[in-house]
Design a protein around this ligand. Structure first.
Ligand SMILES: [Zn+2]
Length: 129
């Protein structure tokens, strides 16, 4: 009976992983780079959960479990730092002010202005996209 429940749960989990796509946030290039990494992270976490499950069910020896867990975690570490880096990049992109925005008085000027129309501060020429 327990085995049947376990098999059903495994099938549901598998179906969920295979058919439920995470919502893709429509966004800039960073998101396109980020999404596959996040998916891979989810898969690795899923694998870790499965490993623990199988270990608890007695299907895996402790040595096998420790070994598999170590290799999964070894994959996870560079992945997590890549995700962190992309997230940081994304935040930097989001807080980059638009062209014509005055850093001194926060007045928004036309893009063509070299100086702020409100306070006269020089505007940074930037943001070529
Ligand atoms: Zn200004």
């Amino acid at each position: 009976m327990v085995a049947v429940v376990c098999i059903l749960m495994a099938i549901v989990a598998l179906a969920f992983v295979l058919f439920v796509e995470p919502e893709v946030a429509a966004g800039p290039v960073v998101d396109e780079q980020l999404m596959p990494l996040l998916r891979k992270k989810d898969v690795l976490y899923e694998n870790l959960r499965d490993l623990l499950f199988e270990f608890r069910m007695g299907k895996l020896s402790e040595a096998d479990y420790a070994e598999s867990k170590r290799s999964a975690q070894a994959e996870l570490v560079p992945l997590m730092s890549a995700i962190d880096e992309l997230n940081a990049k994304k935040i930097r992109e989001e807080i980059t002010p638009p062209a014509g925005w005055c850093a001194r008085c926060a007045h928004t000027n036309p893009d063509s202005n070299a100086f702020c129309g409100n306070c006269g501060a020089p505007l940074k020429k930037k943001s070529k996209r």
